[in-house]
Design a protein around this ligand. Structure first.
Ligand SMILES: *[C@@H]1O[C@H](CO)[C@@H](O)[C@H](O)[C@H]1NC(C)=O
Length: 175
């Protein structure tokens, strides 16, 4: 008599644990950092190498405007964009500097693919600085949604920082 009861209880637990195996975790959110607008020189064709068809667009200037910082873009760096003509894919590989209105220098890298609409790009963003006021940029994870002038004289990237979700519990600083 007791066996079916136990079996029912165990299978009930199993069902519950399977149902809870992949609960949707709390989603992070994105906060708007600002929009980077880079003006670009005409491309220099590196040509088709082992990784694809690479073209270099030198940065001639630009600006970053947004709620958390504003900056000018000095004429250094560029986009070493990589095309794969055989698979129709294109990837941004950009490096740039931001000179903030309050005097910090930030080194930025953006990398990621063009989307199916052939207009937008989705990029992973890394920023780096030694300026104490902008120490937070070294710790952020951020993404960019870019679009370009059809003549590729400029490219504008809306940048978003990943926020949360906040975790409970004890952590420790990792070395
Ligand atoms: C980016 O800058 C260029 C040159 O100043 C300007 O013509 C263009 O409208 C800007 N693009 C965006 C999306 O703000």
């Amino acid at each position: 008599m007791w066996i079916p009861t136990v079996t029912t209880a165990v299978s009930g637990l199993l069902v519950a644990s399977i149902a809870n195996a992949n609960p949707t975790p709390p989603a992070p959110s994105l906060s708007y950092l600002g929009t980077l607008n880079l003006t670009l020189a005409p491309p220099i064709a590196i040509g088709v190498g082992p990784l694809g068809d690479r073209n270099f667009f030198a940065i001639t200037g630009g600006s970053f405007t947004g709620p958390v910082l504003s900056a000018t873009v000095p004429p250094v760096g560029g986009d070493w964009g990589l095309g794969h003509p055989s698979v129709g894919a294109f990837k941004v590989e950009a490096r740039y500097h931001l000179r903030t209105s309050d005097g910090a220098n930030i080194y930025g890298q953006s990398e990621g693919p063009q989307q199916e609409d052939l207009v937008s790009t989705h990029t992973r963003i890394k920023w780096e600085t030694g300026h104490p006021r902008y120490e937070w940029v070294n710790k952020m994870a951020a993404v960019g949604i870019g679009s370009s002038d059809p003549e590729l004289k400029w490219t504008a990237i809306e940048m978003w920082k990943v926020e949360g979700p906040k975790r409970e519990g004890k952590g420790r600083r990792r070395k």
